[in-house]
Design a protein around this ligand. Structure first.
Ligand SMILES: Cc1ncc(COP(=O)(O)O)c(C=O)c1O
Length: 433
């Protein structure tokens, strides 16, 4: 099967002269013509050539309620007519901060930013300012945005990344300020013993351990039973702050994020993506004692567009829906996600293709592998990632849009019929390969 892409092809040919690489984010680079979207509604996208897709990218996660949920669109339009930027305080940000504090276990105070990378930056600075320590421990395979201090060892070449039990910090890009690696400790995920050893070796120096509580940028890898509790205990023993990067998991796994879903409470957490259904709002939250280093002005935090009223109006409408309709919403996300995962597993089994389909349900991953489990970055790197990129292209040709690396985001707009259509397309795409 293949799509007609005349308009997309022409746009891409022209766009490459003006947009570096023809795209506006490296995450959109694909072999061939990228998706040129004309419009989005519910669980569907339409491209500029009139092809339609069941969408499991959802803007890389934000469209948890589907594209253009009416209550959020109305709130945005109403606020836009009253002012798009104030760079001053307003009532809605107080209400949204109050709701976040009620919904999220670790949240006692909030500061708003625009994107996830910025909120992570705020969290790391706050952790250093609070503890007076300089080092940050991050896990191999975890992504915390594209800024210099943390863009290390996300998907490094395995032969440059050191032994599995003692990974080295591999920079993510040319041009990165090299000194940042001196303050970064890289640890394998789901390995408590190595973490304990590293924390002992850097005694009194680690300001914070930062983690995606469910790793969603390298597969969809849940913590082993007891692992996050162990991480929490080690942080407490060492006076190190625990930061959960909930940019993907926040409001997706539960109203209080992965921290509610998994029952482990960090000191600080960052949210973005799903909290405003597609508008650019992120938040840094945490324990009052830590956040009050911002309250007093000891640790700087700023931004022209922080609590920008249109974004906050979207967040207010979104969080109200998630909070007030929590049973129905999270029931649907898990039920549909599980049904789709089961359908994809059956399609792969029927096709005789070794495949692992794993993850909590509202977000999950397909891997080409014989392995029974993927527990960390090295396991992920051993799966057939080139074949996954080909599956992505084959699925687009059959009207399904997943994240190219094999990640699937569910929304409340996906119906049982969408699941059935997707499973058929998936079976066809496996045949196409
Ligand atoms: C876990 C995680 N942290 C941080 C970020 C950075 O967020 P943004 O792209 O909004 O800067 C992302 C983006 O995908 C993410 O997945």
């Amino acid at each position: 099967m293949s799509r007609t892409l005349h308009v997309s092809r022409d746009l891409h040919a022209a766009g490459r002269h003006y947009l570096a690489g023809g795209v506006s984010s490296d995450a959109r680079r694909v072999a061939g013509v990228p998706l040129y979207v004309d419009r989005a509604q519910g669980a569907r996208l339409w491209d500029v050539d009139g092809n339609s897709y069941v969408d499991y990218v959802l803007g890389q996660g934000p469209a948890l309620l589907g594209h253009c949920p009416p209550a959020v669109v109305e709130a945005i339009a109403a606020q836009a007519a009253r002012g798009m930027v104030y760079s001053a305080q307003h009532a809605a940000e107080v209400r949204v901060a109050e709701r976040i504090c009620a919904m999220v276990p670790s949240a006692e105070r909030v500061r708003f930013n625009t994107v996830g990378s910025e909120a992570v930056h705020g969290a790391l600075r706050l952790a250093r300012g609070y503890t007076g320590r300089s080092k940050i421990l991050k896990f191999e395979g975890h992504y915390h945005g594209w800024l210099d201090p943390v863009l290390y060892s996300v998907h490094p070449a395995v032969d440059a990344a050191g032994p599995p039990g003692a990974p080295v910090a591999v920079p993510g890009t040319a041009g990165q300020q090299p000194g940042h690696a001196d303050d970064l400790i890289i640890c394998p995920w789901n390995d408590l013993e190595t973490l304990a050893g590293l924390m002992e070796r850097h005694l009194g120096q680690i300001a914070a351990v930062i983690a995606e509580p469910i790793l969603c940028n390298t597969g969809a890898i849940s913590p082993d039973p007891g692992y996050l509790e162990g991480v929490r205990r080690l942080c407490d023993e060492h006076g190190t702050l625990l930061i959960f990067d909930e940019i993907i998991t926040g409001f997706r796994l539960a109203p209080g994020g992965a921290q509610e879903h998994l029952g482990v409470t960090p000191d600080l957490s960052v949210f973005g993506k799903a909290m405003a259904a597609g508008m650019q709002v992120s938040a840094l939250t945490g324990r009052a004692a830590v956040m009050d280093h911002i309250s007093t002005g000891k640790v700087a935090h700023a931004g022209t567009f922080n609590s920008q009223p249109v974004g906050i109006a979207a967040a207010e409408a979104t969080l109200r829906i998630l909070d007030e309709r929590r049973e129905e919403i999270y029931g649907t996300l898990f039920e549909r996600g599980t049904a789709l995962m089961e359908g994809l597993r059956s399609a792969a089994a029927d096709a005789g293709v070794p495949m692992l389909v794993d993850g909590p349900g509202p977000v999950f991953q397909t891997y080409f592998t014989d392995a029974a489990a993927v527990r960390d970055y090295r396991d992920f790197a051993a799966t057939d990632r080139a074949k996954m990129a080909r599956l992505h292209a084959a699925l687009l040709d059959r009207g399904v849009n997943m994240v190219p690396r094999g990640l699937w985001f569910m929304s409340t707009a996906h119906t049982a019929a969408d699941v059935a259509t997707t499973v058929d397309a998936f079976a066809g795409a496996l045949r196409d390969l």
